[in-house]
Design a protein around this ligand. Structure first.
Ligand code: 4NP
Length: 159
């Protein structure tokens, strides 16, 4: 199987992208694919550099058996060399990532998380930061579904 280096990106790198990272890491561990797939996350903003994921995201994740413990960092141009796929949570993230892409080859690495949705028709992963518990639960539902879809495509050699 081909090797993949995947970077999930949101705004703060404390809610959506670290959750996507934790969910996909758990799935690839369960399937014994850790040697083939490298996963990380970053934020376009950098306001929360060095921080653990938001405590609400960690709490909701823990209830589903996930451990979200990556440290927030800002997306850098270097990431276009270090990763094969850079996956945005919403359109604002997508455009900010594209703005940083150094060339066409880098632009081709950029995807939207909802490109991999299977059971949901949402056009983005909504920012849960100012939402209540329901917002965090919805993000987890959407991310679990899209991570499953992403992993299926990888396993079928479609990416
Ligand atoms: P994230 O959520 O992009 O999913 O990590 C946010 C976290 C923090 C802020 C916005 C969104 N903020 O404005 O501080």
């Amino acid at each position: 199987m081909k090797n993949y280096r995947i970077l999930f990106v949101c705004l703060g790198n404390i809610c959506r992208s670290p959750a996507a990272e934790g969910i996909l890491k758990k799935k690839i561990k369960e399937e014994g694919l850790e040697d083939n797939i490298t996963i990380d996350s970053a934020g376009t903003g950098g306001y929360h550099n060095g921080a653990l994921p938001d405590s609400r995201m960690r709490h909701h994740g823990a209830r589903r058996g996930y451990k979200f413990d990556s440290i927030s960092r800002k997306l850098s141009q270097n990431d276009f060399e270090r990763f094969d796929m850079i996956i945005a949570m919403d359109d604002s993230n997508y455009h900010n990532i594209m703005r940083l892409a150094p060339d066409l080859e880098a632009e081709k690495k950029v995807y939207r998380m909802v490109d991999f949705s299977v059971n949901y028709g949402h056009d983005h992963i909504p920012d849960p930061y100012y939402s209540g518990a329901d917002g965090f639960e919805l993000v987890l539902d959407l991310l679990e579904d899209a991570c499953e879809g992403l992993l299926d495509k990888i396993k079928k050699g479609e990416l």
